[in-house]
Structures are given as C-alpha cells and as structure tokens.
Write a protein that binds this ligand. Structure first.
Ligand code: ADP
Ligand code: ADP
Ligand code: MG
Length: 460
C-alpha cells in the first residue's frame, strides 16, 4: 500500500481525498496556490507545498510544479480529484514515467475516451445506442447541413473536448446551425484548445442518467448503479440522486440494460479505476450514450450512501494493484440519497458568482446528513475557481425521507457574508413535480421561467 499521496486539487474534493487517506493510514501532501494558503485542505494534510499564483494555469494546472512537489515530498502516488488535470492523459503518463502512481484510469484508457466523438464511435462499436448524429468531427458547414438534414432539427453542436456543461449549442434550423457551427468552433478553440465539434440530435426533455463504474487492473469491471442528474441549469448539474426516480417508477427494466451497456463501454476501453458512463434517456425509455467521465465525480457521494461503498478508498486500492472486492451481484442499492450542490452564487441575479468571506457559517447535521465541504466560518471563497462551497447529501429509507431530510438540512444551513443557492435548492425540494419524481433536464428552466419565480422569491 502507498505510504504517501499527493493531492493535486483543492476545495471539498481535496478534503474528501485526504479523509480517505487518513482512514487508510496514508500520509498526505497538499499543493496549493497563493490564494489558497488558508484553505482547509492545506490545514488537513500532513504537508503542504505552494505551487504558484492563483490562476489555475499558474498552479493547479502546472504539471511541472506538481511533479516537482511530488518529488520533493517523495510521494508514491498522486490523486488528481476532478477538474484540473484529472482527465489529462499526458499528466498520467508523466506521473508513471516519474514512478509515481496516478490514481485514475490508465493513460491508454483515458486517451481512448478523451475525444467525445471518438467515444461515441467506441460506444456504437460496443452495441450501445448514441443519439443520431455525425460520424466524428464535422469539418465544414456544408457537412453540418447535410447531417442536420439527415437527422432532423433540433440538433446540438458539441465540442469534442467540451466539459462542465460548456461548448454546446442547440440549432433549430439551417440559419442557426451555420451560425452556431462557427461560434461553437471558435468558443471550443478558446475554452479547450481544440476547435473540433460534432453534431448530435437534440433529445427534447431528456433525463440525465449516469452509471458509476469501477474496474481493477485485472480486467474486472462492475457498475454501482445509477445517479439521476437531470436537475441542471445550463447543462450543469445542481442536484443528483440515487436511485433514479425514472428507473424506479417508470422504466424498471432499464437499470439492468443501461448498466450492462455502461460496463460494455468500459470494457471496450479497457477501463480501470473509477469512472462514470453518462446517458440521456427520453420519455419513451430510449437511452443514448453521451460520454465517459474518467475521474471521480462531484456527485459520487450519493452512490456511496446507497451502496455503502467508499469510492475514493476504492480508487486508492485499485491504483495500488488490489483486485475488486465486489462482484456485480454483491452490489445492492439500499434506501435513497440526494445531493445538493451548494454554490456561492446569487439565484436572484442569474446565478452570478458571489465570492467573499463567510462571516457566519453553520452547517446542518444529524442522522442521514452528510456535508462534504472545505468551508468554515471566516474562510474567504476566492473568485478564481468554481463557485462550489460544498455538497449537502441526505440519505433516507426512501426518496420521501431523503427529500424531507434535505429540506430540514437546507433550512438549518446558515451562511452569511455571501449569496448562496440554498434558497433555490429549498424551492426545488418543495416543488410538487420534483417531489413526485417527475422531472427532466428542462425542469430548472421551467421553474425559473414560469410564474413560480415569484413563489421562490416570496419564500426567501
Ligand atoms: P461532474 O460530472 O463530476 O458532476 P462537472 O461537469 O460538474 O462534473 O465538472 C466537475 C469539475 O470539472 C468542474 O469543476 C468543471 O468545471 C470541471 N471540468 C469538467 N470537464 C472539464 C473540461 N473539459 N474542461 C475544464 N473543466 C472541466
Ligand atoms: P459535458 O461534457 O459538458 O458534461 P455532456 O455531453 O455530458 O457534456 O452533456 C451535458 C448535458 O447537456 C447533459 O446532461 C444534457 O442535459 C445536455 N445534453 C448533452 N447532449 C444532449 C443531447 N444530444 N440532447 C439533449 N441534451 C443534451
Ligand atoms: Mg457530461
């Protein structure tokens, strides 16, 4: 087993990883940027090394500095968390060549799934449905028009290197397609350093359902059930839950089917360690592969709560060469878990980021309540990184209990000094359609757009 691990990340996920290391009796090294000197992960780790200035490009994305820190601290392995370098195959290769274990998929598996258009082709080959669309990258607007004519509007133009809900555009006709094609390429080049885009049929009002995967170095791959992440704003997840109400109530046979499809894709990529295979499911029960997230995900706790399996611990064990301790039939989902992402954003001002000092901070607790966060009273959220303050997860014997607990917990959460999304999450917990488990990825826009907007404001 490893003796020392460097955590190449910040915020709540760095704290989460350090906790898993402590339980395994592994020493930890934090790296941090100048603006993060007072951050919780720095205080919790056994050692901490400053790797540069605030912008990620000068710190958390600097492979050379992170490797130097790893060598100075003499670590056995690096955990990349999510975001930053977590899905960078080159970084994983550099780690290996320096004799430092990368806690994540092999560089080969990562490269195989790096490009979303290539991943689509891999899924098709594995016999898994993908939304109708282009074969690979669309090279010019003429091809874009031909594909759109074949699959029919609306279509989505998506960056092959996209992520975090960015680099996507919907087109409803030829004019918006041509315009969208060029802006999408320019934006993708700017945001991801890769202008490649592909085209997919835009599935209307779908459900985002993803499967957690674990694979060891011996070729065993299992899934740990699904998460429903359909509560999204601008293609970014706000709330996640497991199991999915859609699969529980409406399409009971789909869980097994999509789970097997997810494993087939992972097998085709010879996937190792933790990963997530994302799908969208339409209202007729058709499912389509979207992409593979080659890292631990923000919403991993809901799976942990319903399966009783510690995913970060498993990541470390697998990276250290341990075989899977579970077979597919050992995996049972019990009860229900929900996660709310608590962001430093103002829901009444178009979710504008609201960084600053947490003057007062009190977090909820009690039975079935889990808070994964790096926040504390007096902590200042810098404007530099993403705006997540933490994740509130509740668990109950059924969905109703998990929702009621979430509602109480959100009510207990006290944060002053900055604006947060808590009141908005609370409004969702009260929404009759959400409570019935009837919602799609269009839910948040409907909630914000409709007359209910007033209702939310009234409540707060
Ligand atoms: P999850 O699927 O784990 O919920 P998110 O889409 O919320 O992930 O992304 C997790 C983190 O990773 C966020 O900080 C997001 O900004 C970042 N991220 C994911 N993919 C990319 C990418 N291709 N480029 C830049 N950042 C990304
Ligand atoms: P990212 O890499 O940013 O996570 P994804 O391809 O996973 O991108 O898509 C993110 C979200 O965008 C999905 O959860 C879904 O809500 C929406 N989306 C993506 N592709 C489609 C599609 N073809 N039809 C409808 N919605 C889509
Ligand atoms: Mg995605």
């Amino acid at each position: 087993m490893f003796e020392k691990i460097l955590v190449a990340n910040r915020g709540e996920i760095a704290v989460r990883i350090i906790r898993a290391c402590k339980e395994l009796n592994i020493r930890t090294v934090a790296v941090y940027s100048e603006v993060d000197a007072n951050s919780m992960h720095v205080q919790m780790a056994d050692e901490a090394i400053c790797i540069g200035k605030a912008p990620a490009s000068e710190s958390y994305l600097r492979i050379d500095r992170i490797i130097s820190a790893a060598e100075i601290a003499d670590v056995d392995a690096i955990h990349p968390g999510y975001g930053f370098l977590s899905e960078n195959a080159h970084f994983a290769e550099v780690c290996e060549s320096c004799n430092i274990r990368f806690i994540g998929p092999s560089p080969r598996a990562m490269s195989a799934l790096e490009d979303k258009a290539v991943s689509r082709a891999l899924a098709k080959k594995a016999g898994v449905p993908t939304p109708p669309g282009s074969e690979g990258v669309v090279e010019n607007e003429k091809d874009a028009l031909v594909i759109a004519k074949r699959i029919g509007y609306p279509v989505m133009i998506k960056a092959v290197a996209g992520g975090g809900g960015r680099g996507m555009r919907v087109a409803h006709n030829d004019i918006s397609l041509v315009k969208g094609y060029h802006t999408a390429r320019t934006e993708a080049e700017k945001a991801f350093g890769n202008s490649g885009v592909y085209i997919e049929k835009f599935i209307e009002n779908p459900h985002h359902i993803e499967f957690q995967i674990l694979g060891d170095n011996k070729g065993h791959i299992i899934h740990l059930g699904e998460r429903d992440c359909s509560v999204q704003r601008r293609n970014q997840k706000l709330i996640e839950e497991s199991p999915s109400p859609l699969l529980e109530n409406k399409f009971r046979k789909l869980r097994d089917k999509i789970g097997k499809a997810a494993v087939r894709i992972a097998e085709a990529a010879r996937y190792t360690n933790a990963g997530t295979v994302e799908f969208i499911v339409d209202n007729d029960g058709n499912y389509y592969f979207l992409e593979v997230n080659k890292r631990i995900q923000v919403e991993h706790p809901v799976t942990e709560e319903v399966t009783g399996i510690d995913l970060v611990r498993y990541q470390i064990l697998i990276a250290a060469g341990e075989p899977l301790q579970h077979s597919q039939s050992d995996i049972q989902m019990k009860g229900h878990a929900i996660e709310c992402r608590i962001n430093a954003e103002d829901p009444f001002d178009d979710f504008r980021p609201s960084p600053g000092r947490l003057e007062m901070y009190y977090q909820p607790g009690g039975r079935g309540v889990r808070v994964d966060t790096h926040a504390y009273a007096g902590y200042t959220i810098p404007p530099t990184y993403d705006s997540m303050i933490g994740k509130l997860i509740t668990f109950g014997k059924d969905r109703r209990e998990a929702i009621d607990r979430m509602s109480c917990a959100l009510g207990e959460y006290m944060i002053s000094g900055i604006k947060t999304t808590i009141s908005f999450q609370q409004a969702i917990m009260q929404d009759p359609n959400f409570r019935r488990g009837v919602y799609s990825t269009a839910f948040v826009e409907q909630l914000l757009g409709g007359a209910r907007r007033e209702l939310i404001e009234e409540k707060t």
